[in-house]
Design a protein around this ligand. Structure first.
Ligand code: F6R
Length: 243
């Protein structure tokens, strides 16, 4: 694993955006796996700036997002499709038909998971997957469990994730109880993984995930077995790593 230690969130965002835009510059039809959450917002801002400056062209690129809440319309302001449109996709020259997020309002969620997994395979897999990390080590909506989920699947959110996400809704009761997420196997099949983290509150989980044992109780720990992982994190998040 390559570790890039930055002094600040802004620097982390710039380094991550540089890696993603270099991927697209080298392979214009790259399939980028993308994440939502607060961590990638700065990365997306820098990707938008790079495109506006003419440094990268997304017109042949494809995006596939990690996850989506079950039951939220794409126009719901807490849906992950809405997040992606607002924070990145509306502002770059990517073709709308080349952007994909699992459909949380599909009539049959199991069929939607199978369709999504097949869609990724049809593109030849993910070239670079961007990830954040949850406080419990989740990646996508893959929560601590007794085994690693192989493919895109439907999950019930844990109370810890409902609590973490309720700040975005009027109340905890409004947080959807289910979601669709790429599996750990889907993520591990990506050719490259780029994981970003910022702030002291991620220090404990980052060291458990990357300096501790590989276990499905810390889903991100499986990335220790991926052959091409880059971790870009600020010094606060890396406080538990050897200096
Ligand atoms: C979002 C996602 C989640 C987040 C994680 C960290 O698509 O897959 O696993 O990456 O919850 O979220 P933030 O960045 O808000 O700390």
């Amino acid at each position: 694993m390559k570790i890039i230690r930055t002094a600040s969130y802004e620097e982390m965002s710039g380094r991550a955006a540089g890696i993603l835009t270099a991927q697209v510059a080298l392979k214009p039809n790259s399939v980028l796996g993308l994440a939502t959450g607060s961590t990638p917002i700065g990365t997306y801002k820098q990707m938008i700036a790079a495109q506006k400056a003419g440094l990268v062209d997304f017109s042949a690129a494809v995006t596939v997002n990690l996850d989506e809440y079950a039951g939220l319309e794409p126009t719901h302001d807490q849906s992950y499709r809405w997040f992606m449109q607002q924070n990145l996709l509306n502002h770059i020259n990517i073709l709308p038909q080349n952007t994909h997020v699992p459909q949380g309002t599909a009539a049959n969620l199991d069929e939607e998971c199978a369709r999504y997994e097949a869609l990724i395979a049809g593109y030849g897999g993910i070239d670079m997957q961007l990830l954040g990390i949850g406080h419990n080590g989740h990646i996508g909506f893959n929560e601590p469990d007794d085994c690693f989920a192989p493919i895109t699947h439907k999950v019930s959110l844990t109370q810890s994730t409902i609590n973490a996400n309720k700040r975005f809704f009027e109340s905890a009761d409004d947080v959807p109880r289910q979601a669709l997420t790429m599996g750990i196997g889907t993520i591990m099949a990506a050719k490259k993984v780029l994981i970003i983290a910022s702030g002291a509150e991620k220090a404990d989980i980052l060291s458990r995930a990357f300096c501790g044992p590989v276990t499905p109780q810390v889903p991100a720990s499986i990335l220790q077995f991926h052959p091409d992982v880059t971790l870009v994190a600020d010094a606060d998040a890396l406080a538990g790593f050897p200096q």
